[in-house]
Design a protein around this ligand. Structure first.
Ligand code: MN
Length: 181
């Protein structure tokens, strides 16, 4: 985890974006989706992990339809405090254009998140104002897509609840004379 790349790409004398620092988690993990009116409109999807915001640019934004995949281009780590950033990055600076928060909340990984991230397969629940439910972020496999660090963001149907209806059907109640087991 490091913000070197983020900080090298920006001139903090000109951009209103925070310089930031690596910030250990204080409990629940934040997520944010920022609508970014850069040269092409896109949505920056960011998950707090390992003291930074892991970040993906999603050209079409997240789909709330189960199974509908959205391209997510992995971008540089951002500081955690970037989750509160809204403003206009000036012309001529990296990412010039308006940035505003489209959704925010917390995310709950379904397995050890750093290992899952490094494997390129994160499964998690989002508890946002707009986005709720279960999602996956999966790194695409072939050499070309790996070089560009392309991932897919997809919503998953809620895991089946462990309700009585889904348990194996019990044998009919034992009648009189049934042998005890
Ligand atoms: Mn962006």
């Amino acid at each position: 985890m490091s913000l070197q790349r983020y900080q090298r790409m920006r001139d903090f004398a000109r951009t209103p974006e925070p310089r930031g620092q690596v910030t250990p988690s204080r409990g629940s993990l934040q997520f944010v989706v920022q609508q970014h009116e850069a040269s092409a409109l896109h949505y920056d999807f960011r998950l707090e992990l390992d003291g930074v915001l892991k970040s993906w640019a999603v050209p079409k934004g997240p789909s709330e339809v189960d199974g509908e995949k959205r391209l997510a281009v992995h971008t540089e780590d951002h500081p955690v405090e970037y989750a509160e950033f809204e403003g206009t990055i000036p012309e001529g600076e990296y990412g010039a254009g308006r940035m505003k928060i489209w959704d925010e909340g917390t995310w709950v990984p379904e397995s050890a998140p750093l290992a899952a991230y490094r494997r390129g397969h994160l499964k998690f629940e989002l508890k946002g104002r707009r986005l709720k439910g279960h999602w996956s972020l999966v790194r695409m496999g072939n050499a070309q897509t790996r070089k560009k660090d392309l991932w897919l963001l997809v919503k998953r149907a809620a895991p089946a609840a462990k309700s009585a209806a889904r348990l194996p059907r019990r044998k009919p109640a034992q009648g009189p004379g049934a042998r005890p087991r």
